[in-house]
Ligand binder design. Structure first.
Ligand code: CFM
Ligand code: HCA
Length: 534
């Protein structure tokens, strides 16, 4: 692996190589006493073709994109709104008469004259038009790069419109694309605003027993539907998902849950902390990617509520669901066992999907995140040591205190301690490195050049990443699976999702088509020619 690291760096100028060297790590797993740090959440070096997206994408597309009954208006040139319009395959189920604005792409469609003379009037008119047409519960406005550059005051416009309407919550996000080093800053900006403008608004507690919130699940390819099916079967009430298949009311009711379950640690862990501080809701890390992980997560929820009725029901559900999973696993194992994978996805999936691959007997050779932070690699214990630089300082940390009326610790300190003494872990995430084998290669903010080089050197049986990587990887003759949009597939979460994933990966790694990727002249030298420059 050390040679591979050197090969990846060999072509870079010395300064670039020095920086990239800190973002490429030969995993020491847990054996080393002082595992080395990885450099993460820092700017991409200009000129490098990164896999990352922008802050606006993380705010508008990722966090707010899946909410169906808020009108999300992009204040900016049309490309920003268009790109972030359902390309993520976030699904929603409004029911027979629920509002759903997701099929619309709302934008102020800024033109040159708006950049020169200012876009506030156009924005106010767009908000007004949306209000007249739909009378939604909420309207959100998202800043794109030019908005920040020309200085439109989107918050003032929203405040004015909110006061004017009286019955519509209008607020804005300063999520200009350049605001942070990646999508991650956009998550933070979005979550802070949802927390300050929306959570806690609905005073009536929802019906149901064993109330949880699912934080950091975005219903891509219907993952959230499958998780909700399982939770419901277990008798667990999901008060609100942040933000897959979400609605205005769900966000507004989140304070009524008794446990927060965090799926995607990167995009939302700080919301779990804020919900605990303000309302007294404890949080745990869960993972519904992988059948074993799903069972484990359900048991963890059961243990928290510590009610025999719930625990028995969870066991019954697992017992009922697992035989189909095992049958599918037995079917694919002869084809998948011993095969290898690489996973480079945004912030969580590069970790979570390793569970599915291990269930199939497949080994992860190399993995990394586009934009996660050190805690997502090394575990939450590094959080106090994280470097605060100019870029991270740019992202507002909101001050949260216990709510004078609504703060209600769900468990007494003694109850928490009893659970912890029995090995139960609150607020705990060990990160990706710990789970990966010693000697595997962990790479932060992988780029196009390194991706191709890695594939050339290690020839994985499947490479997982996003749309920008898809075709360049396939051209090397290695099957590529998108772990963002799932191509056209999914769900892959929960029990049924695991079955889908096993079959999909079996199809990819067993197909012969990839061995025909060489062009005829690459196979037969008599067809090659030399280009001569006259
Ligand atoms: Fe969390 Fe996500 Fe991900 Fe993410 Fe994303 Fe996504 Fe992703 Mo694409 S919230 S970090 S910003 S799990 S959109 S649903 S697939 S990069 S790994
Ligand atoms: C985003 C969204 C994205 C992009 C996926 C991809 C998603 O980061 O803006 O590159 O294929 O999941 O849709 O991560």
């Amino acid at each position: 692996p050390t040679d591979i690291k050197e090969e990846l760096l060999a072509k870079y100028p010395p300064k670039v190589a020095r920086k990239r060297a800190k973002q490429i790590m030969i995993n020491e797993a847990t054996e080393s006493e002082a595992p080395s740090e990885i450099l993460a959440n820092v700017r991409t070096i200009p000129g490098i073709i990164t896999m990352r997206g922008c802050t606006y994408a993380g705010c508008k597309g990722v966090i707010m994109g899946p909410t169906r009954d808020i009108v999300n208006i992009t204040h900016g040139p049309i490309g920003c709104g268009f790109y972030s319009w359902l390309t993520r395959r976030n699904q929603t189920d409004p029911g027979p008469d629920g509002d759903n604005y997701m099929p619309y792409c709302f934008s102020t469609d800024m033109q040159d004259q708006d950049i020169i003379f200012g876009g506030e009037k156009k924005l106010a008119a767009a908000i007004e038009e949306a209000y007249e047409l739909f009378h939604p519960k909420g309207i959100c406005v998202f800043a794109t790069c030019p908005v920040g550059l020309i200085g439109d005051d989107i918050h003032a416009v929203c405040k004015k419109m909110k006061a004017k309407f009286g019955d519509c919550n209008v607020f804005a996000f300063s999520c200009e694309g350049y605001k942070g080093v990646s999508q991650s800053a956009g998550h933070h900006i979005a979550n802070n605003q949802v927390f300050s403008h929306l959570v806690g608004e609905n005073e009536t507690p929802p019906e149901g027993e064993y109330k949880i919130n699912l934080l950091g699940e975005y219903n891509i390819g219907g993952d959230g539907f499958e998780i909700d099916r399982i939770l419901k079967k277990c008798g667990i009430t999901n008060v609100s998902t942040f933000s897959g298949n979400s609605s205005y009311e769900q966000f507004a009711s989140a304070q009524h849950a008794d446990l927060d379950c965090v799926m995607c640690h990167r995009s939302i862990n700080y919301v779990a902390d804020m919900l605990e501080t303000k309302y007294g809701i404890p949080w745990i890390k869960v993972n519904f990617i992988g059948a074993e992980s799903t069972a484990k997560s359900l048991r963890k929820i059961g243990e928290y509520f510590a009610d025999k009725k719930l625990i028995d029901r969870i066991e019954a559900v697992i017992a009922e669901e697992m035989p189909d999973v095992e049958a599918a696993r037995a079917e694919v194992l002869p084809n998948t066992e011993g095969k290898t994978a690489m996973l480079f996805v945004g912030g969580s999936r590069a970790h979570h999907y390793q569970d599915l691959f291990s269930e199939m007997g497949m080994k992860t050779l190399s993995a990394g995140y586009e934009f996660a932070h050190r805690d997502d690699y090394e575990g939450r214990h590094v959080i106090p040591d994280l470097k605060v630089d100019a870029d991270s300082r740019n992202i507002e940390e909101i001050e949260v205190e216990a709510d004078p009326e609504l703060y209600n610790p769900r468990k007494t300190p003694d109850e928490i301690k009893a659970l912890e003494d029995a090995g139960y872990k609150f607020k705990h995430y060990a990160g990706l490195n710990e789970q990966m084998d010693k000697g595997t290669i962990v790479i932060d903010d992988l780029n196009q050049y390194e991706a191709e080089k890695l594939v050339e050197l290690l020839k994985p049986d499947v490479f997982c990443a996003g749309i920008k990587e898809k075709y360049s990887i396939q051209k090397t003759g290695v099957p590529m699976k998108q772990l963002h949009s799932y191509d056209s597939g999914g769900p892959y979460a929960g029990f049924k999702g695991a079955i889908n994933f096993y079959h999909e990966i079996d199809r990819l790694v067993s197909s012969k088509v990839w061995s025909y990727m060489k062009a005829p002249w690459q196979e037969s030298p008599e067809l090659t020619g030399t280009f001569v420059w006259e």
